[in-house]
Design a protein around this ligand. Structure first.
Ligand SMILES: [Zn+2]
Ligand SMILES: [Zn+2]
Length: 197
């Protein structure tokens, strides 16, 4: 793969064009040498030590963490998938692979906050108006939705007021517990170790 664009250099008048062309020439080799691996719900692209930044995280939405509009890491992932590379799994609902651009509570702009990142909710973020307040409001809302959508893999089995039943609503104070149940959240612990804890 050769590019024929090099001869179009005309030094002096358009410096930006020249540097862009040079980057493109390097790109072919960089793309050939790129190493793509699945990382949690997206891909990590390693361009090797000659490229800065060396590591890029590309999401399923075809956006790269480096925020460059046409980052070559996105093409590297497309190539990798075309050649039959392993696909990253879909993130569970309520899990963010990247911080949202706007606060889901008040629509103000949001920013990435690594301190708030979590195993179950993914990338942490803050609201430009309220900081962590809307982040926690968002999590509370998600927890409520989760609960409504049934948190149990296997519900507890209890005797309640003399009747044996599946306690989909959880174990209550006076229940006699025959089986404590298994929460779905408890089954998520076997996943691959990601960079988010
Ligand atoms: Zn990138
Ligand atoms: Zn907000």
């Amino acid at each position: 793969m050769k590019t024929a664009t090099q001869s179009k250099h005309s030094r002096g008048d358009r410096n930006t064009t020249i540097s862009l062309t040079e980057v493109k020439v390097d790109l072919n080799k960089v793309l050939q040498d790129a190493i793509v691996v699945v990382n949690q719900y997206g891909y990590t692209v390693d361009f090797g030590p000659t490229v800065k930044p060396r590591l890029h995280s590309v999401g399923k939405d075809k956006h790269c963490s480096c925020k460059s509009a046409d980052c070559p890491a996105v093409s590297a992932v497309a190539d990798y998938l075309r050649k039959g590379g392993e696909r990253a799994p879909e993130p569970p609902t309520g899990f963010l692979v990247a911080a949202p651009e706007t606060c889901p509570i008040c629509n103000s702009s949001a920013y990435f906050d690594p301190k708030m990142s979590s195993k179950y909710r993914g990338a942490g973020w803050g609201c430009s108006k309220t900081g962590t307040r809307h982040y926690f409001a968002w999590r509370t809302e998600l927890a409520r939705t989760d609960l409504a959508a049934n948190p149990w893999r296997f519900p507890p089995v209890v005797v309640r007021e003399g009747m044996q039943l599946n306690a989909w609503d959880g174990i209550l104070e006076n229940d006699v517990v025959l089986y404590p149940g298994v929460l779905r959240a408890d089954l998520v612990t076997e996943g691959p170790i990601g960079y988010l804890e």
